[in-house]
Ligand binder design. Structure first.
Ligand SMILES: [Zn+2]
Ligand SMILES: [Zn+2]
Length: 302
């Protein structure tokens, strides 16, 4: 499971960075969070294929978060896509997509399913879920958490042997959480498996002031990707425009007990986002400000 920061800038693209988009890859499938203009070119410069994007989640309808969608969707078509794609976003997404997808001569050769979602929704996928929360911005905006299903506990080979389970297919059945019959007896997974292991969790705040909903959503996550548009010397400006400072992002990370914080959505005024990392570090040491195309691998939990 990894996050690839395709675009880390806010507001408008600048020479240092493109506007917002984060790809999260789980096995072969890619979930894309926001899609600022030029996202498809960022994909091409990265080692993630834009064709493997299966689900797109838009936080809100400021241009720096969605203007890359029509181009990306049309390029997928020109590349012969047949696999359907699902697009999720706040209330009004269906309406807006109907408008975007009928601009110009475009007839998709694959199915595009559009869903309006709202805070507290939980969308189930094979092996993971996406949970939706309200973010605190100047327009309706959402935050998303990707939560992997818990994995079964560690398999105790010695215990299984003592219970006379022969190694092979029956071991695998037990590992998958299924009961097996050995001779006259039934062996239950709980007899040979340790406590289940927590799935991994990545949270993406989108544009937001620090808020309790995102703190709640981000609880104990492996990676929190949070708005850090400005330094705290610009706190009033950040608040006026519905954003967070680097220090506020760090406070959210601390309160949520996250393992790692990635700052995002940097104002074009900062040529080097390192100043934002320095500020956040004073409150929360496990932090970095990714540059465009940087990736972060989330390791399996023990
Ligand atoms: Zn923005
Ligand atoms: Zn915005």
């Amino acid at each position: 499971m990894r996050a690839v920061f395709l675009g880390t800038g806010g507001t408008y693209p600048c020479t240092e960075r493109n506007v917002t988009a984060v790809a999260v890859q789980i096995d072969k499938d890619v979930l894309l969070f926001d899609c600022g203009e030029g996202t498809q070119r960022q994909f091409m410069k990265s080692n993630v294929s834009f064709m493997s994007t299966r689900w797109i989640f838009i936080t809100h309808y400021h241009g720096d978060h969605f203007l890359g969608l029509p181009g990306l969707i049309q390029s997928m078509n020109l590349n012969g896509r047949k696999q359907p794609i699902d697009i999720y976003g706040p209330k009004g997404t269906k309406e807006l997509m109907r408008f975007l997808l009928t601009a110009g001569y475009f007839s998709p050769g694959y199915e595009i399913c559009v869903h309006d979602v709202e805070p507290k929704d939980k969308i189930r996928f094979n092996g993971f879920s996406v949970v939706v929360a309200r973010a605190d911005h100047t327009v309706p905006s959402l935050a998303y958490a990707v939560i992997e299903d818990d994995r079964p506990g560690r398999f105790d080979t010695e215990k299984a042997k003592r219970l006379k389970v022969p190694p092979g297919p029956l071991f695998r059945q037990l590992q998958r959480g299924e009961e097996v019959v050995v001779g006259e007896r039934t062996v239950r997974p709980s007899q040979v498996l340790g406590p289940s292991r927590k799935g991994r969790k990545i949270v993406y705040s989108g544009d937001t002031r620090p808020c309790k909903e995102v703190i709640e959503l981000a609880k104990d996550s492996d990676l929190l990707i949070h708005d850090a548009t400005l330094l705290s010397s610009e706190e009033v400006l950040a608040d006026d425009f519905g954003h967070s400072t680097a220090l506020e992002a760090a406070q959210v990370a601390k309160e949520s007990n996250v393992r790692m914080l990635a700052l995002m959505h940097f104002s074009p005024r900062y040529k080097d986002a390192q100043v934002l990392t320095e500020e956040a570090k004073s409150c929360f040491p496990e932090v970095f400000a990714p540059s465009d195309l940087q990736e972060f691998v989330v390791k399996l939990r023990e």
